[in-house]
Design a protein around this ligand. Structure first.
Ligand code: DC
Length: 224
């Protein structure tokens, strides 16, 4: 039986770097579902459509092909034949992803793709609604969080070489995205009842990685 690990939590909690490292050391596939919402936002913006124009976004979904490929264990996202993996990391696409992710049709559109990957692999999947909606049957669910200030500090440390970016902008963005993600009606960001809360505010990345590796080993022993 495949083991599914669901990691949910707010923007900037370190989900992707941690999930990536843990997937590598445990031999699991890492699926970054935020990249799927980002891809829809990127495609929308590229077509000259505003992510908040719901009807226009929904009409774009018809015939849109999004594929996940794994090259040397690295996830690549292919949208309408184009590898967009690196282009979906801009602040504009981040905010657009948060907006399009509140559209129920967008969530439905991406649901089957996520289910399929999880059914075929031992997987660590991160997002906002993985433990609650996409993989409610996951054998291990983790809700990874940290204070908004700490998340902004970490993101700022990563991005500070980028021109025009300030700590205050990043903190504002994080707070706004948290609000969008937690207050939308469909699949809001929420800790599943059976998820383990991991608050990383005062932990190093290596401590979090070691903790998750231990949880996965224990899950493997439990599941058999
Ligand atoms: O994890 P991320 O920052 O790449 O996610 C981008 C946006 O996509 C985020 O604002 C919320 C949304 N998202 C979601 O609604 N559900 C998921 N499973 C993953 C991401």
């Amino acid at each position: 039986m495949n083991i599914n690990v669901a990691i949910d939590g707010p923007a900037g909690a370190g989900k992707s770097s941690i999930a990536k490292a843990v997937a590598k050391s445990t031999g699991y596939i890492y699926a970054d579902t935020g990249a799927l919402y980002r891809s829809v936002a990127y495609y929308t913006i590229n077509k000259g459509i505003s992510p908040s124009d719901k009807a226009a976004v929904v009409s774009l979904l018809d015939g849109l092909e999004i594929k996940l490929e794994y090259i040397d264990g690295q996830q690549r996202v292919i949208v309408a034949g184009e590898d967009v993996s690196d282009k979906i990391r801009t602040p504009e696409v981040s905010m657009g992803a948060s907006v399009v992710s509140a559209i129920p049709e967008v969530r439905e559109f991406l649901f089957d793709l996520q289910k399929k990957i999880a059914s075929e692999n031992n997987i660590i999947m991160d997002g906002r609604d993985i433990g609650t909606v996409v993989l409610p049957e996951a054998q291990l669910k983790i809700f990874l969080t940290a204070s908004a200030e700490e998340r902004a500090r970490r993101r700022f440390a990563e991005l500070k070489e980028t021109e025009g970016i300030t700590f205050e902008n990043i903190l504002e963005d994080i707070i706004r995205r948290d609000e969008n993600d937690m207050n939308r009606t469909v699949s809001p960001l929420k800790q599943a009842d059976d998820a383990i809360l991991v608050d990383t505010t005062k932990m190093t990345i290596d401590e979090v990685i070691a903790l998750l590796e231990k949880m996965i080993r224990e899950t493997e022993e439990r599941v058999g």
